[in-house]
Design a protein around this ligand. Structure first.
Ligand SMILES: [Zn+2]
Length: 253
């Protein structure tokens, strides 16, 4: 599927265990997502070992990680120094009731975990603020990306024109078949083909970004479909409950 209007994947750097947004790094921010070589989710049997190994590769102090509980809602957590280490090794200690995290603090890595849901990376290049968003269909219905940007505008004084946005791996409209009741949830972003209905999370989130003043030229989409590229990424649709989770991480340097 052509990813209309967003920038193609030349901005990505590939290492053995992660992909990094080069254009974020050029401006002083680490934004990267893992592949399926390590299960980094809360349900991983080796959560501590795997997260330590992954973060060490990125030069990040494991104990600094901040994660949220991701209840598939629309709420945003404002992260400060008091939150360092929340969710680093257990779901119970993660920031509750949030699917997105934002901060203006340097060297605090913010992470969400996905296996089909869309992760969205946010970097305000002038104000120097970052955010990370977990946007599945429920969060997208709650307009979590809009809520996240609103929080960054209101709390940090960020403006739309300074934003760089990254889209991580997700199940794409080529593979994301849904039921007819999704027509009640989304007015746009559904594709009907051969009697089936497919959901386009990228299109929905791109439209929400547009409504907040973000232009598509500043949105960088890795374009990976987790179901199509199941050899490289975890996919809940492909693997069910046994699916591991990729980490999507952003940190101001
Ligand atoms: Zn696909």
């Amino acid at each position: 599927m052509p990813m209309a209007k967003t920038k193609p994947a030349e901005f990505l750097m590939k290492e053995s265990r992660y992909y990094q947004f080069r254009n974020f790094l050029d401006k002083g921010t680490l934004a990267c997502f893992s592949n399926r070589s390590l299960d980094l989710g809360f349900a991983s049997a080796d959560i501590e070992k795997n997260r330590k190994e992954f973060l060490r590769k990125l030069g990040i102090n494991y104990a600094d990680l901040v994660c949220c509980q991701q209840p598939h809602g629309g709420k945003v957590g404002i992260v400060g120094k008091k939150d360092i280490g929340k969710g680093v090794a257990s779901f119970a200690t993660a920031v509750p009731d949030c699917d997105a995290l934002v901060t203006v603090e340097r060297n605090i890595p913010l992470a969400v975990f996905t296996a089909d849901c869309l992760s969205i990376f946010i970097f305000a290049t002038k104000r120097h603020a970052v955010g990370i968003v977990h946007a599945g269909w429920r969060g997208s219905k709650e307009e979590i990306i809009k809520n996240t940007l609103k929080a960054m505008f209101d709390k940090f004084g960020v403006t739309p024109g300074e934003l760089l946005i990254g889209f991580g791996p997700a199940i794409r409209s080529c593979c994301y078949e849904v039921t007819g009741e999704f027509k009640d949830h989304f007015q746009d972003g559904l594709i009907e083909k051969d009697g089936k209905i497919y959901l386009d999370l990228v299109k929905i989130n791109l439209a929400q970004l547009g409504s907040m003043g973000v232009t598509p030229e500043n949105v960088f989409d890795c374009s990976f479909c987790t179901a199509h590229n199941n050899g490289e990424f975890f996919s809940y649709r492909k693997e069910g409950k046994a699916a591991g989770r990729m980490m999507s991480l952003v940190m101001l340097k």
